[in-house]
Design a protein around this ligand. Structure first.
Ligand code: AMP
Length: 177
């Protein structure tokens, strides 16, 4: 993988959305065809032999490369969304954020017991969002759940939040806040 290409095109926005946060803006990668292809190829190489049957993307930046990867893997794509967005019967999971709590939802019939799931989001910071997604998907009893991020913030040790032995992979590691 051409990490330099991706790192050189990843825009950092200081103090967004609040002072003190260094926001890693993946739209600066997504708008470039050569970066989209590099990411898509790298993800495909990582997961092509893992038997993934469903890629689950987290709203909303997890939808972009998650759905593109699902097509390459001949897998299905499943969205995890904020409350009230999914039209059929859902299950939900709430989790603590720095200020207050958040909830995410998935369709109850989106995952089956013989599915091998890859959870995907753009960025790992504390890991709170992805842990909630992991717990949500686990409620539907798939065969296996793996986790992927495009970017992992170094120094926060967000990956330590997941149960021991969980397969967690990131394409890029960048300095955290
Ligand atoms: P966390 O739950 O702390 O791991 O935060 C991950 C979620 O928040 C992901 O959906 C990211 O898109 C977003 N996020 C958190 N911190 C940043 C950051 N520094 N730059 C870009 N996105 C971030």
């Amino acid at each position: 993988m051409n990490k330099e290409l991706l790192l050189n095109n990843l825009r950092n926005i200081p103090d967004f959305p609040i002072p003190g946060i260094q926001f890693k803006d993946v739209t600066s990668l997504f708008k470039k065809p050569e970066c989209l292809k590099e990411i898509n190829d790298a993800l495909y190489e990582l997961y092509k032999d893992c038997g993934i049957t469903k890629v689950v993307g987290i709203e909303s930046r997890g939808f972009v490369m998650g759905s593109a990867l699902a097509i390459r893997l001949n897998a299905g794509f499943v969205p995890i969304r904020k409350p009230g967005k999914l039209p059929a019967e859902t299950i939900s999971e709430s989790y603590s954020k720095e200020y207050g709590t958040d909830t995410i939802e998935i369709h109850k019939d989106a995952i089956e017991e013989n599915d091998v799931v890859l959870l995907h989001d753009d960025l790992l910071a504390t890991g709170g969002t992805m842990l909630a997604a992991y717990n949500l998907v686990k409620k539907l009893n798939p065969k296996n759940v793996m986790i992927n991020f495009l970017i992992e913030l170094d120094g926060l040790n967000g990956r330590a939040i997941f149960p021991e032995g969980t397969d967690v992979q990131s394409l890029l590691t960048v300095e955290g806040d």
